[in-house]
Design a protein around this ligand. Structure first.
Ligand code: URA
Length: 266
């Protein structure tokens, strides 16, 4: 058996875990996974005349079944408090088991402007609030430029739990959680929606184009329950703008367009 003796081995093992996305301590006590678990007792054989109990596991639910159960749960939530609780009770997305906190939403649910991002990062996962890390700080600056702050907007994400290591959400995770995001939008019923980045834009607009093509244009986001269209615009994600400063100019233009449109709803 290989053992981790030297400091270099231990550092390499930690590095390997980081690269695999395990960058959060989620338990108060360290677990030594290099030790063999104690041997489990061998279960007694059932006597020949006893009915044998099935040991087969229940079949895994298909993506469609998970989506349907999410839709039923989300649809029953009469308000945001109930929606938050039904998400907390929902077991159809495995990200829940690696996340520290559920990240539901922040800001003013009465706001005319609702923003939808992608998924919580490390800071959001720790605090249980969307956009509180460096991307959130840039978002606050951009909102400030058009006279808004967290008391005058409402913010949520496509996913309420952090993907480990900030990896891209999978299609299955998005499909599982989508009914909750759709109900979230329905309950907030904003005058205008803004999608931050390609994941939110493509998912909610059901379009295949990338963010470069989608941003800066108005679309109708139609509420399924009432068939009411809400004007929706996609723009670059603040995390992308932090890496690609020259694109801030285009995002700035998008925010000015959003300000103009919002003025119609005073
Ligand atoms: N990125 C997002 O898309 N959402 C957050 O809440 C934080 C970073």
């Amino acid at each position: 058996m290989n053992t981790l003796n030297s400091r270099a081995d231990l550092v390499a093992a930690l590095q390997w875990q980081l690269e695999a996305g395990a960058d959060e301590a989620i338990g108060p006590v360290p677990v030594d996974r290099t030790r063999f678990p104690p041997k489990a007792p061998i279960p007694a054989r059932p006597a020949a005349d006893q009915p044998s109990r099935s040991t087969s596991k229940p079949p895994l639910a298909s993506a469609q079944e998970v989506h349907a159960s999410a839709r039923a749960l989300a649809g029953q939530a009469p308000d945001l408090g109930a929606l938050r609780q039904s998400l907390a009770d929902f077991d159809g997305c495995a990200l829940k088991s690696t996340a520290t906190n559920l990240v539901f939403g922040d800001g003013n649910p009465q706001a005319r402007l609702m923003l939808v991002g992608e998924a919580p990062g490390r800071d959001e996962d720790r605090q249980g609030l969307p956009f509180v890390g460096v991307s959130g700080q840039l978002l606050d600056v951009m909102l400030g430029h058009i006279g808004l702050d967290r008391t005058s907007v409402y913010i949520t994400n496509i996913l309420p739990w952090r993907p480990p290591g900030n990896r891209q959400p999978t299609a299955a995770e998005i499909t599982a959680c989508l009914p909750f995001t759709e109900r979230h939008i329905e309950l907030v019923a904003p005058a205008i929606l803004v999608f931050l980045g390609g994941t939110a834009a493509k998912t909610l607009l059901r379009r295949a184009e990338g963010i470069t093509r989608l941003r800066g244009r108005w679309f109708d986001y139609t509420l399924a329950a009432t068939q009411t269209p809400i004007p929706a615009m996609a723009t670059y994600h603040p995390a992308y703008l932090l890496r690609q400063s020259p694109q801030k100019r285009a995002a700035w233009r998008d925010f000015l367009t959003i300000r103009e449109r919002l003025a119609e709803y005073h």
